[in-house]
Design a protein around this ligand. Structure first.
Ligand code: NAD
Length: 513
């Protein structure tokens, strides 16, 4: 099989055949059992990583706690300079890292590069932010007093990430957390541990070149039990967790039990509303990329198309025609549009969704199926499928992490389509395709989409780092990345200073001694 430069990329990233899975920076240790990372692209073993034990974890937390004491006193713009250098290293290693993302996770090489670009972008954003961690000043009701608020570093930030964005989600969190003065402990998905090893090598070099201590960037590896070391640990004041709603409910309860903070980025069930005023060509591009890009494994993937009855057949036929052009195969080959699902469990989930939609009364309009034969040896390649369905179907209400698109019909006004769009438990991304200003504004208003992301004339999939990213309801309510998302990584303090010789009490309370 063609190697597509994978071995060379692994070498450049410092990933070996067997890797220690726990790191505090330049120091690596291994005492847990090894687990394998297998590529969904060709089913081959890529490399092994040792899982983090409780003892390893304690070593990490000890290092992180003492590093925090040094890191937090470094002026924020100097921490920004470290993040700037990290961004430079990412620019230098963009191609090998993008390749590893593609090979270990299965998304296209272009999307792998795009993910690394997101890391670079958030570094740039964080560098600017490091001079803008602003608080407000306010007028005191007491004479001769001044009041203001400031933001202080929180401490150790635990990052738990999902397989589908194996590097970007870590950077979204850490680039901000670092300029805010926090240190981080990252547990990548057990399905993409090598991306974790590679990223840790990249940042470790920067920290070492700047003579910074161990413990600012830490890596732990393993399954949910390793994640639980952090979620149950009072020494980790913030847990940022990205993954399924099922996981988020457990993490929120565990962290809540000890009154820690959690930032949750969970599942979506994203829809595009297509109104009679939609540009059909744009709709088709947005919907098809949204549904089949990353083989339907983005949290923002388009799962539902809500189409007005007057244009339903036209849109359906155009989308079905577009699906005929799709090339499925090795994601490192830039001629292909659709790569594999992450593993065989995901394939089972995809197959059961297709069975289920038929059982519930849906109609398949683009046939699915698992591909076999040459090039498909991993057993993870599936055909993107489309079914006509009802929003009330149990399977439509559920996020299937695979390329299955449901067509839903609406009649009457855009309000009806908005009801359908909002009529699911999740609230991540949403879009409307229309040239009608009234419809667009209604969709964006407080009576419109209930999602964290609402777009006009672009699809649901993907986002820029400049805005706050996240969603409502079962998506967990967290916001990451741009805008003022940094505030969650800091603790807010209100300060009142009296510069008189009197001690008046607030609310005019009299207390004479
Ligand atoms: P997952 O929930 O299976 O795992 C995510 C991470 O959580 C993994 O690192 C896993 O080990 C860890 N984990 C699981 N249970 C845990 C527990 N009880 N305690 C601590 N850690 C635990 O998700 P996945 O299959 O890797 O990813 C797909 C899901 O992620 C989809 O639902 C997708 O929509 C969602 N996602 C959301 C966003 C977002 O920003 N909203 C982004 C990417 C992915």
């Amino acid at each position: 099989a063609t190697d597509f430069g994978i071995q060379e990329a692994l070498k450049q990233l410092g990933v070996s055949a067997t890797n220690k899975g726990t790191s505090t920076g330049s120091e690596w240790f291994a005492s847990g059992s090894e687990f394998s990372s297998t590529s969904p692209v060709d089913g081959e073993l890529i490399a092994k990583v040792s899982a983090t034990t409780k003892e390893d974890y304690e070593r990490v937390i000890t290092k992180a706690s003492s590093a925090f004491k040094e890191w937090r006193v470094m002026p924020a713009p100097l921490r920004g300079e470290i993040v700037r250098q990290f961004g430079e290293e990412l620019r230098r290693l963009k191609e090998p890292l993008g390749k590893l993302v593609s090979y270990e996770m299965g998304k296209s090489y272009q999307e792998g590069l795009g993910e690394v670009q997101e890391m670079i972008d958030i570094c740039d954003f964080a560098v600017g932010l490091s001079r803008q961690l602003h608080g407000l000043t306010m007028h005191s009701e007491r004479p001769g007093h001044r009041m203001y608020e400031q933001y202080h570093p929180l401490g150790i930030v635990g990052v738990i990430s999902a397989f589908n964005f194996p590097v970007a989600v870590w950077a979204w969190n850490t680039a901000l957390a670092w300029v805010c003065g926090d240190v981080c402990v990252w547990k990548p998905s057990e399905k993409t541990p090598l991306c974790g090893v590679a990223c840790q090598n990249i940042i470790a070099k920067v920290l070492k070149d700047n003579n910074l201590p161990e413990g600012i960037s830490n890596l732990i590896n393993g399954d949910y039990q390793v994640g639980e070391f952090m979620t149950t640990d009072k020494r980790v004041p913030l847990i940022s967790a990205t993954g399924s709603t099922r996981m988020g409910k457990i993490v929120a309860a565990t962290v809540g039990q000890r009154l820690g903070k959690s930032l949750l980025e969970l599942g979506g069930n994203n829809a595009i509303i297509v109104t009679p005023d939609a540009d059909i060509k744009m709709t088709v591009i947005g919907a098809v990329f949204g549904a089949v890009g990353t083989a339907g494994q983005r949290c923002t993937s388009t799962r539902r198309l809500i189409i007005h009855e007057s244009i339903y057949d036209k849109v359906k036929n155009a989308v079905v025609d577009a699906y005929k052009q799709l090339r499925i195969g090795n994601p490192l080959d830039e001629n292909n549009h659709v790569g594999p699902l992450i593993d065989k469990d995901a394939v089972k989930g995809y197959e059961s969704a297709l069975t289920r939609v038929i059982e519930e009364g849906g109609k398949i309009v683009v046939e699915g199926g698992v591909l076999s034969g040459e090039g498909y040896e991993s057993g993870c390649y599936v055909k993107p499928a489309i079914a006509e369905a009802e929003n009330s179907f149990e399977i439509v209400q559920h996020e299937t992490f695979a390329p299955v698109l449901y067509l839903l019909k609406y009649s009457g006004d855009v309000e009806n389509a908005i009801d359908v769009q909002n009529g699911v438990a999740q609230g991540l991304s949403s879009a409307i395709m229309t040239n009608n200003l009234r419809e667009a504004e209604r969709f964006l208003s407080h009576t419109g989409s209930d999602c964290g992301i609402a777009n006009v004339n672009i699809g649901t999939s993907g986002a820029e780092i400049g805005g706050a990213f996240g969603g409502e309801k079962d998506t967990g309510g967290g916001r990451e990345s741009g805008s003022d998302a940094w505030k969650v990584y800091m603790r807010r303090q209100t300060n009142t200073i009296n510069y008189t010789t009197e001690l008046p009490l607030a609310q005019g309370i009299k207390f004479d001694l």
